[in-house]
Design a protein around this ligand. Structure first.
Ligand SMILES: [Fe+2]
Length: 143
């Protein structure tokens, strides 16, 4: 019971942190700066070592348009569920949810017109890709 309580407290703390933007990489730029076992990256695939190729979001920036692709198969049993673009302070700038029947995990976002290209905070953003079997993957990029 104690373990379950501890797990729930930890999960809620992590969820709350993400919701309000309090969890940031411990030391940006280091190889493994995200919470281990929760967020996976090309440099830190953790238990999903060998799965980076199909899961790390690939980002292409052209002007104010950002295209995210994940080279992962799409089937009823195993597919990419969602892509997002998030600012360093936790503002979600774009999100797309996929269906298993979608041909590919590709999303195209126009960065919001805020009067200033960088009004959301910085030019450094996160792209996320969530697999129904292999969890949450993040790649940082700049616009
Ligand atoms: Fe997967």
């Amino acid at each position: 019971m104690s373990n379950r309580r501890t797990f729930l407290k930890s999960s809620l703390a992590v969820a709350a942190g993400f919701a309000v933007g309090h969890i940031t990489p411990v030391s940006a730029g280091s190889a493994c700066s995200y919470p281990k076992g929760i967020v996976y990256t090309r440099q830190c695939p953790g238990k999903w070592s060998g799965k980076t190729g199909g899961h790390v979001p690939n980002v292409k920036v052209e002007g104010d348009t950002v295209t995210i692709t994940t080279t992962h198969g799409m089937s009823e049993e195993h597919y990419i569920v969602r892509h997002t673009i998030v600012s360093k302070c936790g503002k979600v700038l774009g999100e797309k949810t996929f269906k298993p029947s979608d041909a590919q995990a590709k999303s195209v976002f126009d960065l919001p017109d805020t009067g200033s290209k960088y009004a959301w905070d910085t030019t450094n953003l996160y792209a996320t890709s969530f697999c129904n079997k292999h969890d949450l993957w993040v790649a940082e990029f700049e616009v």
